[in-house]
Design a protein around this ligand. Structure first.
Ligand SMILES: Nc1ncnc2c1ncn2[C@@H]1O[C@H](COP(=O)(O)OP(=O)(O)OP(=O)(O)O)[C@@H](O)[C@H]1O
Ligand SMILES: [Mg+2]
Length: 235
């Protein structure tokens, strides 16, 4: 099976080489657990190091703000393989050839289908998936989510959908269906240990992959994410 590298230090070796190509992963966690940075880092390294084309759809954070944040984290290299689009840009483009109003989920799907006819992308991030539900009213969100995931899977592009959680949540997606529809769930956990916030990464599931079940301590140092196994931490 072809796999997409995450380029997160030590993570790929825990995933039999990376994330299955063409799969849909949820990247979930509470506010500030570095969901956006983590997803962007995967696209950034795949563009700069791996020569793979990525599209980052930012639905809540403005493009200059996101870029600045990533530059602050050391991801400074410009690459024509990495495109960032905002909700506003999608609105403008879709309105040009649409006579009727679509909800956000359908609009993004329409935009992607149209774009993928013209250009090839290897990776897509949607940040956050929750914005697709909230920007306009979605009548039957569970059904819409199902159709959206199916449509995305049909494109064959490896996708990462950011899912926002609240402290104490037991669901990884807003409607409790996303976790079943997704092929993989990457949980970024933020915990308070002796008055210090600690970050951990857990692979809750990843289809077709024999992965480690540990919650790995996650760090961001010198422009790179790195995980450690429990065994390494004990040394
Ligand atoms: N070098 C670093 N190491 C660890 N954490 C950092 C570092 N630099 C920034 N951060 C933290 O990461 C946070 C931002 O991460 P990011 O925006 O990716 O999180 P997020 O989960 O997408 O947040 P939101 O829920 O607001 O969208 C910053 O607010 C800061 O707390
Ligand atoms: Mg974010």
């Amino acid at each position: 099976m072809e796999r997409i590298k995450t380029y997160i230090d030590r993570l790929d070796e825990q995933l039999e080489g990376g994330i299955p190509k063409g799969s849909i992963s949820l990247i979930c966690g509470v506010a500030g657990c570095m969901k956006s940075s983590f997803a962007y880092n995967i696209l950034y390294n795949n563009a700069v190091v791996g020569d793979k084309k990525g599209l980052y759809i930012t639905l809540e954070q403005a493009v200059p703000n996101l870029k600045q944040q990533m530059e602050t984290l050391g991801m400074v290299e410009e690459s024509e393989k990495l495109a960032i689009v905002s909700h506003k840009m999608i609105d403008t483009e879709t309105q040009l050839d649409m006579k009727f109003e679509l909800n956000s989920m359908k609009k993004v799907k329409y935009y992607l289908d149209d774009l993928l006819k013209r250009e090839n992308y290897d990776l897509i991030v949607i940040d956050p998936l929750n914005a697709l539900y909230s920007l306009t009213t979605v009548k039957n969100p569970r059904r819409e989510a199902h159709l959206f995931f199916e449509g995305l899977r049909e494109t064959g592009v490896t996708s990462f959908l950011i899912s926002e959680m609240y402290p104490g949540d037991t669901k990884y997606g807003k409607y409790g269906v996303e976790e079943f529809l997704a092929d993989a769930i990457i949980h970024l956990d933020l915990k308070r240990e002796r008055d210090i916030l600690e970050r951990h990464l857990g692979i809750i599931k990843m289809r077709c992959t024999n992965h480690n079940l540990q919650y790995f301590p996650l760090f961001y140092n010198n422009g790179k994410f790195v995980i450690y196994t429990k065994e390494e931490m004990e040394l």
